[in-house]
Design a protein. Structure first.
Ligand SMILES: Cc1cc2nc3c(=O)[nH]c(=O)nc-3n(C[C@H](O)[C@H](O)[C@H](O)COP(=O)(O)OP(=O)(O)OC[C@H]3O[C@@H](n4cnc5c(N)ncnc54)[C@H](O)[C@@H]3O)c2cc1C
Ligand code: FES
Ligand code: FES
Lengths: 486, 793
């Protein structure tokens, strides 16, 4: 039984099976067909909707999401906004009006999703105006594919929608909406599904209890990996425990040596912290999936999913992050490097979950470089991901930590390569030795994203790029493209 | 005034883009898309949005997991018993034709015995819900005697395995030309295919109708063909089948022939169960089951003089057609017709093979083989430039068709000979080509890792269906007694703005504000026996047919008015929403609605049909000679790239385009077509990589692995202009030119610029072979090979 608001209208007691997506709910049960399905895998953005959730101040914060891979039950106590809910009578919302005037729709199938991304950008601008740089536009629109227009008119619409009279949808005038949604959320039952389970515990104790009672239940956080099992592989997901509402898993706690990041913190909430602490990591986040996905995807999910091509693990490995695992039998800490055992196999026991991730503070001289190679710059999975951390002490490299994704069955560090550089000046010889070690240490696969030879050559070349960057004689040589530099 | 936003500096370097114009909206103006407001509010309905009858069945398909083999056992008992399943059908349940090959036979609706590709349809399941149908499919027991799959088109061609016979064009003595040449160059290339990735996947909804018929709602570029095939499959007359098509969420050629099978299957279900049946393909199944742009292997051996001008030789193109002919004969023909692009080949022979492989049957895709043909000659231009040490632009200009060298290898004389020279000259100036060339050379000399590249490539694209009978169109115009006008025609709307343009044509002919003209869904019971909306011909053909209808009706109204109101018939005109007769003092104005009302009372028909057939065109397959094209459309693009030669990453930093649409019917829509086509062509050249595994299974079968350009791939600077002052030399609709396909080939400039950047690694003395798509992987591998070769030398 889901209670939520749709375009300002209360929806009560909606009953659907646990593995129903927001898109399915909209298009079939609620007969709202404005939101489109282009892929059902989170990649195209045609299904983009905006979800308003109450923040700490009780205001609704609006973020985009891919309706196709968002569990319907996660709408509990949210305000869902769809393309049908933007115009005020016949008066178009600025995002819509600008799209029309800029000729930014051709076949129109991507358009509702694009309008929702623009609407959300417009909302953000209303609250905290800031220049619309190319980078910001890419963040806002990188998850919306358009096969017809080539995007130029869409960019124009994004840049000019601020010129239009700020027509609000009528629900935006209702000051009580946020209160009502907040109340709904407060009153949410712990079990939302009427057949099967969609349990939404709110604190650690409840989560532990559920894990003890139903160790077989699948945990769901952002669902950006998990939901593909139903939309792509047609698996039934009928026994779910949602970690998104668990308070302890949503905290970011700063300590003297670092931060404990709750496993259910969405990536987009991590951005400010990473911008501060590790700009290279933040830059990677901007190329991690799309805004829609980052608004929902979690670090915990990225790690637990244990994909060899997950983007955060190599970086976290290079930074020597640790995990706090928890469960009915108590908690334990584990270096991230001990978590990944083999292809998609981890040290997590059946009744355990990841509670939080410890990210150490950067030390004064520490350098971090993170390089992601993929066919497309935005919203693509890495063919190779390299994370390099080191510091220079009197001309020699110290604390060298190198980790790779896409180069083995698990994300992993390369100790012999590290050893070849540790304590060495960044010389041609040292790097030649490092490349030789790397060649021995990694034997990547050939797959749809790249051949083994390419991966090997590229990984070695990234070491070369590193050398050129460190080597002061090359300081004025450009070694990365602007769009990839950080 | 900007309130909430500020222009980002990068984006502000743009040429101002056309904004929607107010005004009558008649042809020639930048009228907004007729569905624009519906698009942005979510009210534009696509197939899956149409409210369907409560008892609608949902159809899912059982697809072959194997590329080649024989079906030895098919047990569907568990499928039939699955929850919600109502009907399960295979080839034996087809009452009529089982082969739905559109032009030539070869496309069985369901597998009979032989399996020819992964994704071929073996059976269909209809169930109460989409999920139930999809889940039931998995319960089938299928046994296949698997045989080795043929996946290499070059090997297939060597073995003589073709879906259609090889065809030649020949002009003069090409062998002698090679002997006379100062230099003879050779080269080859692999040009990758392309997935359409229309955002709306294949979909249809079929409802049973009276008289044992069906009504088909289909996302489809060719409703008439679907009508025909459904009737043949059901074994009922064509008049019992109506196909309706309001709009597609993208087509690009992928819904020309390949939308029909789904309609046939859903129609079978609807007829058998007397219930509505909806079939929409999940993305991965869509990508596996349907054909793509043909991959090509091209080779050349051409002679040049000491100026780098072609004297002749030979070009061979091998199209990978997949398992059946589909449209491949015409696709490979078009590749051959365009293997000269804008340049005279001299005395040349062009050979086109249609290789058969065990993949889905490759099909129409924007450009229809033309782009793959253009690729070989554009490679030649760069190769010549490196060989003789001249700038590639200089070589291209020297080779353009010109007086004395104005007949193509298939015998068509190029009219508008000067146009491309002028267009390139103007673009060279506006893009500052030579200054940038100098700056790039300087930059590359100082920059060991990051290399820049620059290229200008033109396009000359032949407009007309090369199958002559398709060059016809019909329209149906109704005027109602309140003066509102409804126009219907045989073309389909897939985002290209065809309906908007046709409304503009009618508005112009009748002197009305476009608000009074409404277009309705394409339906086979309104305008029959139509051609596909393809070959960029939509507005050319249907615009003319609509104009024919409107002008006939106008003349009839003039006759009526002259008699009824005793007005001077000479000089009578429709403008500003009125009939105007006489001049000066004697001018009389009669509001349109009044005229229409009077005509109705005077018992004058207010309905008219129009028809059009393209004149002049002909082609003789036996001699490989003729005039297959009514005219050519032209354009050119300058692209600049920056390549990281250590990682293979690259960026397109600036693009300048000048494109010829004759006198534009709608500049905003035309610019939209040019830009969209360019980016799609760029995607084809760069990130869009189709990959099959050794067993013939497409592994890039979704947007997670198949990467079309995203927002950030839009070049930061992109200046697009339409060429002015060059109306079509032929009497096309208001002297405009087709625009759907030609600019697609402008994307080739990105590939050429990448080759240029890579060539700098060898001081521009080598023309590196760069197959496509030029992914970061391919770029890196070529860079590495060039470096290794330089190191060795
Ligand atoms: C379009 C698209 C693009 C993507 N792009 C990228 C990319 O660029 N880089 C990248 O790395 N990934 C990418 N992904 C994958 C995915 O977004 C990430 O892995 C994401 O971090 C998963 O987090 P989630 O919260 O959505 O996990 P979920 O899908 O909710 O869960 C994933 C798995 O982790 C388990 N799990 C979740 N939370 C916990 C916990 N606290 N403790 C134990 N187990 C848990 C779940 O049971 C499930 O098995 C992409 C996915 C999509 C759909
Ligand atoms: S439908 Fe493509 S992202 Fe949801
Ligand atoms: S307008 Fe067709 S996909 Fe964007």
């Amino acid at each position: 039984m889901i209670d939520f608001y749709l375009n300002g209208q209360r929806q009560s007691g909606v009953e659907v099976p646990p593995d129903t997506s927001v898109l399915e709910l909209l298009r079939t049960r609620l007969a709202k067909t404005g939101t489109k399905e282009g892929c059902a895998s989170g990649d195209c953005g045609a299904c983009t909707v905006t979800i308003g959730e109450p923040n700490a101040d009780g205001e609704l914060e609006y973020r985009t999401a891919n309706a196709c891979i968002t569990p319907a039950h996660q709408l509990q106590g949210c305000h869902l906004v769809t393309v049908e809910g933007l115009a005020r009578g016949d008066a178009l919302h600025p995002a819509q009006a600008a799209m029309v005037e800029c000729h930014a729709s051709q076949c129109g199938f991507c358009t509702p999703g694009i309008v929702m991304s623009l609407f959300t950008l417009h909302e953000t601008q209303r609250r905290t105006p800031a220049p619309l740089t190319q980078a910001r536009l890419e963040q806002a629109l990188g998850g919306n594919l358009c096969r017809c227009t080539g995007y130029r008119p869409i960019r124009d619409a994004a840049l000019t929608m601020g010129d239009y009279p700020d027509t609000h949808p009528s629900w935006a005038d209702d000051p009580g909406l946020a209160v009502d949604v907040g109340k709904q959320r407060q009153e949410s039952p712990a079990e939302l599904a009427s057949q099967g389970h969609f349990s939404a515990p709110r604190d650690l104790a409840a989560l532990r209890r559920l894990k003890a009672e139903r160790p077989q239940a699948r945990l769901v956080a952002g669902a950006t990996d998990l939901w593909l099992e139903t939309t792509q592989q047609l698996k039934a997901l009928d026994d779910l425990v949602d970690v998104r509402r668990v308070a302890e898993l949503n905290e970011i706690e700063a300590t003297d040596d670092g931060w404990w990041i709750g496993a259910a913190v969405p990536l987009s909430r991590l951005e400010p912290l990473l911008e501060e602490a590790y700009p290279a990591f933040a830059h990677l986040l901007h190329r991690f999936a799309s805004q829609q996905i980052r608004n929902r995807a979690t670090l915990g999910g990225n790690i637990a999913n244990a994909s060899p091509i997950g983007d955060s693990p190599p970086v976290l490995l290079a930074l020597e992050a640790r995990l706090l695992l928890d469960g009915p039998d108590g908690e334990r800490e584990l270096p991230l490097g001990d978590f990944f055992l083999d292809y998609k196999k981890t040290a997590l026991a059946d009744n355990e979950f990841i509670r939080s991730i410890f990210l150490p503070r950067p030390t004064a001289e520490q350098n971090l470089k993170v390089w992601k190679l993929s066919k497309r710059r935005e919203d693509d999975i890495s063919a190779v991901l390299a994370a390099f951390a080191w510091r220079l002490e009197e001309g020699v490299m110290r604390d060298v930590r190198l980790a790779f994704g896409g180069m083995a069955a698990i994300p992993r560090r390369v100790p012999r390569t590290e050893a070849a550089l540790e304590g060495q000046a960044p010389s041609l010889e040292a790097f030649a030795a490092a490349k030789a070690a790397l060649d021995q240490e990694l034997s990547p696969m050939s797959d749809v994203r790249g051949s083994a030879e390419y991966r090997k050559l590229a990984a070695a070349n990234l070491l070369e790029r590193l050398r050129l960057m460190i080597d002061t004689t090359h300081n004025d040589t450009k070694v990365t493209l602007d769009a990839y530099a950080h | 005034m900007r309130t909430l936003t500020e222009l980002a500096p990068e984006a502000s370097q743009q040429a101002p883009s056309p904004r929607a114009e107010t005004g009558s909206g008649a042809a020639g103006q930048s009228r907004i898309h007729e569905s624009a407001v519906k698009h942005v509010t979510g009210r534009a309905a696509y197939i899956d949005d149409i409210p369907c009858p409560a008892d609608t069945l949902h159809v899912a398909l059982g697809l072959s997991p194997v590329a080649h083999g024989r079906l030895t056992r098919l047990d569907l008992e568990q499928v039939k018993a699955a929850p919600g399943v109502v009907d399960v059908i295979t080839i034996v349940d087809v009452p009529g034709h089982t082969d739905i090959g559109p032009v030539f036979p070869g496309d069985p609706l369901f597998v009979d015995d032989e399996i020819s590709y992964v994704g071929q349809v073996i059976f269909a399941v209809a169930a109460e819900s989409y999920q139930a149908a999809r889940k039931a499919v998995r319960l089938a027991e299928v046994e296949i005697d698997e045989q080795p799959a043929s996946l290499d088109p070059v090997a297939a061609a060597e073995r003589g395995e073709f879906v259609r016979p090889t065809h030649h064009h020949q002009s003069g003595d090409w062998e002698q030309a090679l002997r006379d040449a100062t230099y003879v160059l050779e080269g080859e290339q692999f040009v990758g295919g392309q997935e359409h990735f229309y955002l709306e996947g294949q979909a249809c909804l079929v409802t049973p109708s009276e008289d044992e018929g069906v009504v088909i709602h289909t996302s489809n570029q060719h409703p008439s063909e679907t009508q025909k095939l459904v009737a043949e499959v059901l074994d009922i007359p064509f008049h019992a089948v109506t196909a309706e098509m309001r709009r597609m969420g993208g087509g690009f050629g992928g819904k020309e022939t390949q939308a029909s099978p789904w309609a046939c299957i859903a129609a079978l279900i609807a007829r058998r169960t007397h219930r509505a049946a909806k079939l929409r393909l999940p993305r991965a199944e869509d990508m596996r089951a349907t054909g793509k742009r043909h991959p090509f292997h091209n080779r050349y051996r051409l002679g040049i003089d000491d100026q780098g001008v072609l004297v002749g030789g030979e070009i061979t193109v091998i199209g990978d057609c997949g398992y059946s002919p589909d449209l491949s004969d015409a696709v490979v023909d078009r590749a051959m017709f365009h293997s000269d692009n804008a340049y005279s080949l001299g005395q040349a022979r062009v050979t086109g093979h249609r290789a058969k492989t065990h993949t889905a049957s490759n099909t129409a895709f924007r450009g229809f083989g033309g782009p793959q043909g253009v690729m070989i000659i554009e490679q030649v231009m760069d190769d010549i430039a490196r060989h003789i040490g001249e700038d590639p632009l200089t070589v291209r200009k020297r080779n353009l068709y010109r007086p004395g060298r104005d007949v193509t290898h298939y015998g068509q004389r190029v009219e508008q000979l000067q146009l491309l020279h002028d267009l390139i000259g103007e673009l060279e100036q506006s893009s500052d080509y030579w200054a940038r060339r100098q700056a790039i050379s300087d930059f590359n000399r100082e920059s060991p890792i990051i290399k820049k590249g620059l290229a200008l490539t033109p396009v000359k694209f032949g407009i007309s269906f090369t199958v002559q009978h398709l060059n016809q169109a019909g329209a149906l115009l109704h005027v109602y007694t309140d003066g509102s006008v409804q126009i219907n025609h045989g073309g389909t709307e897939m985002g290209q703005g065809l309906h908007t343009k046709v409304c503009q044509v009618v508005a112009r002919e009748l002197g009305l504000d476009i608000e009074r003209v409404r277009i309705t869904a394409t339906r086979t019971d309104k305008v029959p026996n139509t051609s596909p909306t393809a070959a960029s011909s939509g507005a050319d053909l249907n615009g003319q047919a609509a104009k024919d209808a409107a002008s006939k009706l106008r003349e009839r109204l003039f006759d009526f008015a002259a008699e009824h109101y005793r007005l001077d018939r000479d000089g009578m005109r429709l403008e500003g929403g009125a009939l105007v007769a006489g001049q000066g003092e004697a001018e009389r104005r009669l509001p349109w609605a009044e005229l229409v009302q009077a005509a109705y009372l005077g018992r004058v028909s207010l309905s008219e049909k129009g028809f059009y057939a393209t004149p002049l065109i002909h082609y003789d397959r036996n001699t490989g000679k003729g005039r297959p094209f009514y005219y050519y459309a032209h354009g050119a693009a300058v692209s600049e790239v920056e390549v990281d030669t250590l990682s293979g990453e690259y960026q397109v930093t600036r693009v300048d385009i000048l494109h010829d649409v004759g006198d534009s019917l709608n500049p905003a829509i035309d610019i939209g077509q040019v830009e969209g086509a360019f980016i799609q062509g760029m995607g084809w050249m760069t990130s869009e990589e189709l990959k099959w595994n050794d067993a013939g299974r497409l592994v890039s079968d979704g947007p997670a692995t198949y990467k079309i350009p995203a927002f950030g791939d839009l070049p930061p600077v992109m200046n697009v202009k339409l060429l002015e002052g060059h109306p079509n030399s032929q009497a096309s609709i208001y002297r405009s030119k087709a625009v759907g396909e030609p600019p697609f080939m402008l994307g080739i400039s990105v590939w050429s610029a990448l080759r240029d950047a890579l060539a700098s690694l060898a001081d521009y003395r080598v023309a590196p072979q760069l197959d496509t798509p030029a992914t970061p992987e391919r770029v890196l591998m070529v860079a590495q090979a060039l470096r290794d070769a330089q190191g060795a030398a």
